[in-house]
Design a protein around this ligand. Structure first.
Ligand code: SF4
Length: 367
């Protein structure tokens, strides 16, 4: 029996946000049905070709995208059935789904609960109407508040809100207002991402390159989120993530611990048997590969040598508050991090970017 995590990338969105470079398309009902058939096939191929037909027990599930809640209720139900038919779940399996506020309805929320989802991540970004418009979002702050109420009334006890800072002409006060509003809603988890300007997006054209003043403001916003959220009881457990005690996202924590997970769907990445793979970022290519050629839709795959695995694990561990824990790292990779990374550790400690405490190496707040 293999214990692992599962990520499913649902590639459908009702439009394109102006900062987004995730793979997404506006899908028809037929394309969504095709997607579900392809997912089923992809699971079979991975089980046959990679996992030797072994039984799989899921510790975490994360349905992301795209906008998973752009699927209709019966499609969400079918996705739940596909998961149940092919995997076992641990009794405390964390089952997350991402949702955009405008895509949630009472029926969809009930369906999400029916298939076993116990954690909801709401794409909030900001509550400010002008800023929502300025980044091409298609919902209002009020809709986010209603989505949160709906989730609570349907029995979801673990909710995360995503915020973005560094939006076009956003002031420190406006970001403080977003943090305050988000905190008032009482989520168990908050993600606060700095806006990244990705080539090819609308905002890249208008905001790139950032000025020094913009960069300084971003740093001030990062510190504002840290100070405000930790003061009201959130743990700053990863660069961009805050959780109430016991409410860290266990699925994302898998990534930062460099544990394996199965990734399904167009543009999804996965990490199985020390091989990191990435699926094609093209829906037609994706489903044709699976449904007409009986072939996994992989665009790239790389098997990590031991030293590469250790290097990746260190980089990922450093994103977290714990950082690299010597005994854990040694058990996982076979390398003593204090010896293997002696040189860079010395350099970054001198620069004030890394700190060492007993057997832990972690980023300083500045780092
Ligand atoms: S809803 Fe999410 S995935 Fe879809 S375009 Fe906007 S940011 Fe990208």
């Amino acid at each position: 029996m293999i214990s692992t995590g599962l990520y499913i990338h649902v590639p459908f969105c009702s439009g394109k946000c102006w900062y987004c470079d995730f793979y997404s398309i506006c899908g028809s009902a037929y394309e969504m049905d095709t997607f579900l058939r392809a997912i089923k096939e992809e699971i079979q191929l991975i089980r046959r070709q990679v996992l030797n037909h072994e039984e799989i027990c899921l510790e975490t599930i994360f349905i992301g995208g795209g906008t998973p809640t752009s699927l209709e209720p019966d499609q969400i139900r079918r996705l739940g059935e596909i998961i149940d038919e092919n995997f076992q779940k641990t009794p405390d399996c964390e089952f997350s789904i991402e949702a955009n506020p405008e895509s949630l309805s009472p029926v969809k929320m009930s369906t999400i609960r029916e298939i076993g989802v116990n954690r909801l991540s709401i794409g909030t970004q900001t509550f400010n109407p002008g800023l929502l418009k300025a980044i091409g979002r298609r919902h209002t702050g009020e809709q986010t508040i209603r989505a949160m109420d709906l989730a609570r009334s349907t029995g979801i006890k673990n909710i995360s809100l995503d915020l973005i800072f560094g939006l076009p002409d956003q002031t420190l006060d406006q970001f403080q207002m977003d943090l305050t509003t988000a905190a008032t809603l009482g989520p168990e988890h908050l993600s606060c991402y700095a806006l990244t300007l990705e080539p090819g997006t609308k905002l890249y054209e208008t905001m790139h390159p950032r000025t020094d003043a913009d960069e300084i403001l971003l740093v001030r916003m990062f510190h504002l989120a840290h100070d405000f959220l930790t003061a009201i009881g959130f743990e700053h457990y990863e660069i961009s993530n805050y959780a109430l005690p016991g409410r860290r996202c266990r699925h994302n924590f898998r990534y930062w611990q460099n544990l394996d997970y199965m990734g399904l769907g167009p543009a999804a990445a996965g990490f199985l048997n020390r091989s990191r793979y990435k699926n094609v970022s093209d829906f037609s290519e994706y489903w044709k590969s699976l449904l007409t050629q009986d072939r996994r839709p992989i665009e790239s795959e790389e098997h990590l040598a031991d030293h590469e695995f250790a290097g990746e694990t260190a980089m990922l561990n450093l994103r977290t508050h714990e950082g690299i824990v010597r005994s854990k790292f040694q058990a996982q990779t076979g390398y003593d991090p204090f010896e293997f990374f002696a040189e860079p550790i010395r350099k970054f400690v001198d620069l004030g970017l890394l700190e060492i405490q007993e057997d832990r190496i972690f980023l300083s707040l500045r780092g």
